[in-house]
Design a protein around this ligand. Structure first.
Ligand code: GLC
Length: 447
């Protein structure tokens, strides 16, 4: 009897733990079905983020309206004068493709509220500026024509919509802050009305432009004077999105962390490569800028070097994730020269080395990372890639004895002979002269 009671409690405890460990679910997709849906994205590894809006005109950060507490009236000249006369998305698509990017995500609306697309629900759109047209439509057509998958960024936040309740991030937040000041300002603002506006616009984006591969919603900041899932109506919104575009991939910024399927991938923003190891085994994409701000910033001088950009790309793949690298086109509709150069340099490297990026992930645990290198691994061909961050005349592969069948440089398939085995290590001879490759890659055909 005693034993039976004990057993009963053990079972109860186990059941309790099981229930606690289970996260809530919104849909019915299995992990295998998700894996399949995510496959093209996981294989692609490299995409282009594009932040483009009225903020390209002040050219001093896409948060300029917030940073400088600008009023609608002060922001109005950017709308009245927005005239991207050199906008040629075919050129953007060609540059993205040459850099090796497989998908692109463009801001259909950023926090400023301005829409690049032709929406029935607002006048605050490109069609009503001197640009006079639906810029999203041209983007979608041009990128698809180059075989690049298309995604939309859509800001949940809206600093222009008259119904969007003023919160701690809003450009016209009261100073000094007090509950009564907020109440006074929000008297005639109605979140339910804004919620409907968002649903209407997202419906337009997901019905008027054909198949959309990614929706990148940005962002939640729950808590006092913030906004989160209840404000956005996130659960219902996500259901609607999946119904309109069943195959679509959605980011994790709807504040649905408590649901197992409340997001498709995580979005570590502007993090260092060292911080990416903790994401192994998950779906994730790190988004990164060339120089700090996402929108075009004329005076920012903190541009990353080609070496740094490649380390971000390789570092992402070597930790099992994607890199979404951002370009902020100018108000004339072009990638500025610094961005063009950076993309071209990445493209030059990718031309010889993309085999170590696409369809790749982190190395199996049996392979230690040689000093001053990063490893990527191509499971389908069982090849390991050693990215040489610092060039030297020989490469020690620690504990690789008996594991390597053949070694070559990836950019030209030129053989690298095994110089010797030392204990469990394999030592490769490299040419004295570093090849003309920013980060040379050694391809190991494994046993
Ligand atoms: C942040 C910023 C935004 C940018 C985004 C990209 O949430 O608010 O300006 O678009 O990150 O990840």
């Amino acid at each position: 009897m005693k034993r039976k009671t004990a057993l009963f409690f053990v079972c109860l405890l186990a059941l309790g733990n099981f229930v606690l460990a289970q996260k809530k679910k919104i849909g019915t997709e299995t992990p295998e079905q998700k894996k399949k849906r995510m496959e093209w994205w996981t294989d692609s590894r490299f995409g282009m983020f594009i932040h483009w809006g009225l903020y390209a005109m002040p050219a001093r950060h896409e948060w300029v309206k917030h940073n400088e507490s600008l009023t609608d009236a002060q922001y109005q000249p950017y709308f009245d004068l927005f005239n991207p006369d050199n906008f040629d998305p075919k050129l953007w698509a060609k540059q993205a493709k040459a850099a090796g990017m497989k998908y692109a995500v463009l801001t259909s609306k950023h926090h400023e509220g301005f829409c690049l697309f032709d929406s029935k629900y607002t006048d605050y759109k490109a069609v009503n500026t001197p640009a006079k047209r639906d810029l999203i439509k041209e983007f979608v057509n041009a990128f698809r024509a180059e075989g690049i998958r298309v995604g939309f960024y859509y800001s949940l936040i809206d600093w222009h919509h008259p119904q969007f309740p003023i919160d701690r991030l809003h450009p016209s937040r009261p100073k000094p802050e007090s509950d009564s000041a907020y109440d006074r300002m929000n008297q005639h603002r109605d979140m339910a009305a804004y919620r409907q506006y968002m649903r209407n616009q997202i419906t337009e984006l997901l019905t008027n432009y054909g198949k959309i591969d990614i929706l990148w919603l940005d962002f939640s900041y729950p808590g006092k004077r913030g906004k989160g899932r209840d404000d956005w109506g996130s659960v219902e919104l996500l259901k609607m999105i999946r119904k309109l575009q069943p195959g679509i991939i959605v980011d994790n910024r709807l504040n649905l962390e408590e649901y197992e399927d409340g997001q498709d991938f995580e979005t570590p923003e502007q993090v260092k490569v060292e911080e990416l190891a903790k994401y192994h085994g998950k779906y994730w994409e790190t988004c990164q800028t060339f120089s700090g701000s996402w929108g075009y910033h004329r005076d920012e001088n903190s541009w990353k070097s080609t070496q740094e950009l490649l380390r971000l790309l390789i570092g992402s793949v070597s930790n099992g994730g994607n890199l979404l690298l951002n370009v902020g086109p100018t108000a004339r509709g072009e990638f500025d020269q610094r961005a063009q150069n950076a993309l071209a340099n990445i493209g030059k490297w990718m031309h010889g080395n993309s085999r170590a990026i696409y369809n790749c992930t982190y190395a199996p645990a049996a392979f230690k990372t040689p000093e001053n290198t990063m490893l990527t691994y191509h499971p389908a061909s069982n090849r390991l890639y050693v990215h040489l961050l610092e060039y030297r005349k020989s490469l020690v592969l620690p504990g690789y004895k008996g594991k390597v069948k053949y070694a070559q440089f990836l950019h030209d398939n030129s053989e690298l002979r095994i110089a010797k085995q030392e204990g469990e290590d394999v030592v490769l001879n490299l040419p004295a002269q570093k090849p003309d490759v920013e980060i040379p890659v050694v391809e190991l055909v494994l046993q």
